[in-house]
Design a protein around this ligand. Structure first.
Ligand code: MG
Length: 382
């Protein structure tokens, strides 16, 4: 039987690549619902190609043009972020692919788990903000949460078949756009420079997060909750080639790694077929063509975000939620040219100093913590 997908964030980078896979394997997958934040024209094109039951445009301003564009089809058109929470619960959904960006991904993650749908998770912020609560809910309802993030997919692939405790998770980092830029030059870094990632072609927000290593800090938090591993057993290393996607060290000293070209199609498809593998016609990695793989320590002075993330993880409660909220506001301000590059991480630190802290948060506490963090960060930016 075909897997029926609800694809949240279908017009983004992960969404488009998920649709490549549906195109390659129409005998395995069908699309029940597609959602986009603002790109209604692309969403309408996708709806014509994949004939989902429904589409959702999160930004209500684009409801009418989208509705009009699909008026000669049977596709149901909804608007607003609440509608996303509803479509994921639909009868005709087996798997929710959550490729939303930012805090907005948390509510649909919760809805999918509540409805007992398998979750293929690219929205790392769901776990950054509320990882403890999300994984607890998923365990209670026996809902599989399978990561799409390449590092976490790699770790999962290393863990399959193992029952012994792990000694260490080793998360690799490309180093982002400013890997080879001296720290003193970061103060004048432009949006264009920051958006130029050396290895991966991704959306704007995650490309900026990669350049500050906020993304890597988030991935440490994500790994902690996905795999139940304590922060002191998680390590980050710079690996400029992005071929080793991450590694796991076991008690006996064995280290397993997952390697491949930097191409998100593999982790996306693995999340859908896990624990099996699917064939692929895409580029394969050749050791002989790229014989050199390097590993370097993270420069923790140049990239304070990694230690900020570890601190937030140790503090627990709403700390990671505050870090995420402040980062979202700061990255948006940087992309609009309102703050300098180094102000992104400064805004995160200052927001963390001022925000209130809830040690045992409920889902409602995360919501107010996120709102408060955004308010503080916005007022700091001015
Ligand atoms: Mg990643």
């Amino acid at each position: 039987m075909k897997q029926r997908l609800a694809l949240l964030g279908s017009t983004g980078s992960i969404g488009e690549q998920t649709l490549d896979i549906v195109r390659d394997f129409p005998q395995w997958y069908e699309v029940t619902t597609l959602t986009s934040n603002t790109r209604w024209e692309r969403l309408a094109q996708q709806a014509r190609e994949f004939s989902p039951d429904s589409v959702v445009i999160a930004d209500k301003r684009f409801y009418l043009p989208l509705k009009e564009a699909l008026s000669d089809t049977d596709v149901k058109v909804y608007a607003g972020s609440e509608a996303i929470g509803q479509v994921v619960r639909g009868e005709a959904v087996d798997v929710v692919v959550n490729a939303l960006v930012g805090y907005a991904g948390l509510a649909p993650t919760v809805s999918a788990i509540e409805a007992g749908k398998k979750l293929a998770l690219a929205n790392k912020e769901s776990l950054v903000v509320a990882g403890a609560a999300v994984m607890r809910m998923a365990a209670e309802r026996k809902v599989p949460v399978v990561p799409i993030d390449s590092e976490h997919s790699a770790i999962l692939q290393c863990l399959v078949g193992e029952s012994s405790p792990v000694r260490k998770l080793i998360i690799t980092a490309s180093g982002g756009s400013f890997r080879d830029t001296p720290a003193e030059q970061l103060g004048t870094a432009t949006v264009e420079q920051a958006l130029h990632h050396p290895n991966w072609n991704m959306g704007a927000k995650i490309t900026i997060d990669s350049s500050t290593l906020v993304n890597k800090g988030f991935e440490v938090i994500e790994a902690r909750w996905l795999f139940g591993v304590e922060p002191e057993k998680i390590e980050v290393v710079i690996h400029p080639q992005s071929i080793v996607h991450s590694m796991v060290e076991f008690e006996d000293g064995a280290i397993k790694a997952q390697l491949g070209t930097p191409d998100m199609h593999l982790p996306i498809h693995y999340a859908l077929t896990f624990p099996r593998r699917a064939p692929s016609r895409r580029d394969r990695f050749s050791f002989l063509e790229h014989p050199e793989l390097n590993f370097l320590p993270v420069d923790r002075v140049k990239y304070p975000a990694v230690d900020i993330a570890f601190d937030c993880l140790r503090r627990g409660g709403t700390a990671c939620c505050v870090m995420n909220g402040a980062n979202e506001v700061a990255v948006a301000a940087f992309l609009k040219g309102r703050i300098g590059y180094l102000d992104i991480v400064k805004t995160i630190s200052r927001t963390l100093e001022r925000a209130s802290f809830v040690a045992e948060p409920s889902l409602a506490d995360y919501e107010s913590s996120n709102a408060e963090a955004r308010e503080i960060a916005s007022s700091l930016i001015g």
